[in-house]
Design a protein around this ligand. Structure first.
Ligand code: PGA
Length: 248
C-alpha cells in the first residue's frame, strides 16, 4: 500500500560536473524501478543535476531549506529557490545538521512547515545516539523528535520520515532488520497517537544508516520499512541502483 522511496543523500560530495556524471550513469540503471527514486544533492549542484534528470524517473532533492521566504539570512536557501529548479524533496534535520550546525527540533519544525507550505516534500530525519540506545532512551528521544519536530503538521502522510540511528550512519554498523522494523513500528504508533491513525498508516518511513546493496533486501522485506535514505552507497551508480532495484 505504501510505495517505497529510496533517496540518496550525497551530503557534501560531488561538484556539479561530478554530480551530472553520476546521474547520467544512474538513469539507465534505475529506469524500471518499482519505487520512488530521488537524489538529494548539494545546493550548488541543483541547476546542473536538475537539467540532467529531465525526463527521467529520478526526482531531485535538496539537503536543507530555510524557514523564511526571503530576507537577511546570509548563506541560506529558500523553498522558492529550490522549487524554481523542480526540486521535489528536501532533507530536514539530518543528524549531521543537528550535531554540527545547531539544528534543533524547533528549527526542524519551522523548516518542515515552510517546506510543506511551499509544496516541497520534507524528508524529516530522526534517530537516537548510541548512548541513548544503550541507556534505554530510544523511544523517549524519538517521541520528543516527533512531537516537537513535526508539531502542527496537518497530515503527517505528506512528509517522509527517515529513521536514522546515529550510531549506524557512515559507520558500516547497520541496525538489524528486526531492530529497524521494531523502531519504525514505534514511530508509526507514535504518529498514530500524536496525529491520526489513518495518516500514520500512510506515512512512509525510511531506514537510513549504512544501508547498502548487501543488506537492502533484508531491510526492505520488513513490513514497516518503506525505503531508505542512503549516504555512502548513493555515491556510486551501481551501488545505489542495486538498492533501488532491491525487489529485482
Ligand atoms: P550512510 O548515511 O548510508 O552513509 O550511513 C546515511 C545518511 O546519513 O543519510
Amino acid at each position: 500500500m505504501r510505495r517505497p522511496i529510496i533517496a540518496g543523500n550525497w551530503k557534501m560530495n560531488n561538484t556539479a560536473s561530478a554530480g551530472v556524471a553520476l546521474v547520467e550513469a544512474l538513469k539507465p540503471l534505475v529506469k524500471d524501478a518499482n519505487c520512488d527514486v530521488a537524489v538529494c544533492v548539494p545546493a550548488i549542484d541543483i541547476p546542473a543535476v536538475a537539467e540532467a534528470l529531465k525526463g527521467s524517473n529520478v526526482a531531485l532533492g535538496a539537503q536543507n531549506v530555510h524557514f523564511e521566504a526571503k530576507g537577511a539570512f546570509t548563506g541560506e536557501i529558500s523553498a522558492d529557490m529550490l522549487k524554481e529548479y523542480g526540486v521535489k524533496y528536501v532533507i530536514i534535520g539530518h543528524s549531521e545538521r543537528r550535531q554540527y550546525f545547531g539544528e534543533t527540533d524547533e528549527t526542524v519544525n519551522k523548516r518542515t512547515l515552510a517546506a510543506l507550505n511551499a509544496g516541497l516534500i520534507p524528508i524529516v530525519c530522526i534517530g537516537e545516539s548510541l548512548e541513548e540506545r544503550e541507556t534505554g532512551k530510544t523511544e523517549a528521544v524519538l517521541e520528543t523528535q516527533i512531537k516537537e519536530g513535526m508539531k502542527g503538521i496537518d497530515d503527517i502522510s505528506k512528509i517522509v520520515i527517515a529513521y536514522e540511528p546515529i550510531w549506524a550512519i557512515g559507520t558500516g554498523r547497520t541496525a538489524t532488520a528486526e531492530q529497524a522494523n521494531e523502531t519504525i513500528a514505534f514511530i508509526r504508533k507514535t504518529c498514530a497517537e500524536v496525529f491520526c491513525p489513518k495518516c500514520a498508516e500512510k506515512v512512509r518511513i525510511q531506514y537510513g544508516g549504512s544501508m547498502n546493496a548487501g543488506n537492502c533486501k533484508e531491510l526492505m522485506a520488513m513490513p514497516e520499512i518503506d525505503g531508505g535514505l542512503i549516504g555512502g552507497a548513493s555515491l556510486k551508480a551501481p551501488d545505489f541502483s542495486a538498492i533501488v532495484n532491491f525487489d529485482k
